[in-house]
Design a protein around this ligand. Structure first.
Ligand SMILES: O=C(O)CCC(=O)C(=O)O
Ligand SMILES: [Fe+2]
Length: 207
């Protein structure tokens, strides 16, 4: 099984980084399928506008979000514990395709909709304790290609990594990536259209 898993991931391009594991498949979905999935997600997902309290003042999160998962799985993001929405058929299909391809299973997905290039996500690592020691995160992107930056925490001289996550692509982050690296989606003012990202995760502990 382990051998099979490795072979499956070997079909993906490995992006070599220090103290981390990244695999990327630019064409996980064909273009026309990806177009349809973008529309489906934009219309069917129960998008929320979250607000965050920073130093006593409320700010709108600069993107729309949604959280779908198995029953009973809870997750804290943007400082709030979220109850999951039950899976839709479309999301379950995507999950099954990723599971078959990678040999890893997932019980939840966090969705982010960046409506244009002003929507963003700041530097962070997906290192919440619920995800366990070395989480595997499977990230699907649809819509506009956005930059995905990674920076190494312990040694600022390590060069930043810049990826461009394409329409229909799959990125896998694994190994110790979340210990040593942070990532962000920076503002790209010239981008006028939207991008939807789904990060499939396995939540191990139930808060
Ligand atoms: O939009 C992306 O590609 C990244 C999303 C992300 O980092 C997250 O949901 O934790
Ligand atoms: Fe993240």
């Amino acid at each position: 099984m382990i051998k099979e898993k490795q072979e499956t991931c070997m079909q993906m391009d490995e992006i070599k980084i220090r103290d981390g594991v990244l695999f990327y498949d630019e064409h996980f979905y064909k273009n026309d399928e990806a177009d349809q999935l973008y529309q489906l997600l934009e219309n069917e997902i129960e998008w929320e506008q979250e607000e965050l309290k920073i130093f006593g003042k409320w700010y709108k999160v600069p993107r729309k979000t949604a959280w779908y998962a198995d029953k009973g799985v809870r997750y804290k993001y943007s400082g709030v514990v979220h109850e999951p929405i039950p899976w839709t058929a479309g999301l379950l299909e995507m999950k099954a395709k990723i599971e078959a391809y990678t040999g890893h299973s997932f019980n939840s997905v966090l969705l982010n909709w960046y409506r244009n290039g002003s929507d963003k996500m700041g530097w962070h690592a997906d290192n919440e304790s619920e995800l366990g020691e070395n989480p595997i995160i499977a990230s699907l992107s649809f819509g506009e290609t956005r930059r995905f930056d990674l920076r190494y925490q312990a040694d600022k001289t390590e060069p930043k990594v810049q990826l461009h996550l394409a329409h229909g692509s799959l990125l896998i982050m694994g190994g110790t990536t979340q210990h040593f690296w942070q990532h962000q989606i920076p503002v790209q003012k010239k981008i006028e259209k939207g991008r939807i990202n789904l990060t499939f995760r396995l939540i191990k502990s139930r808060t």
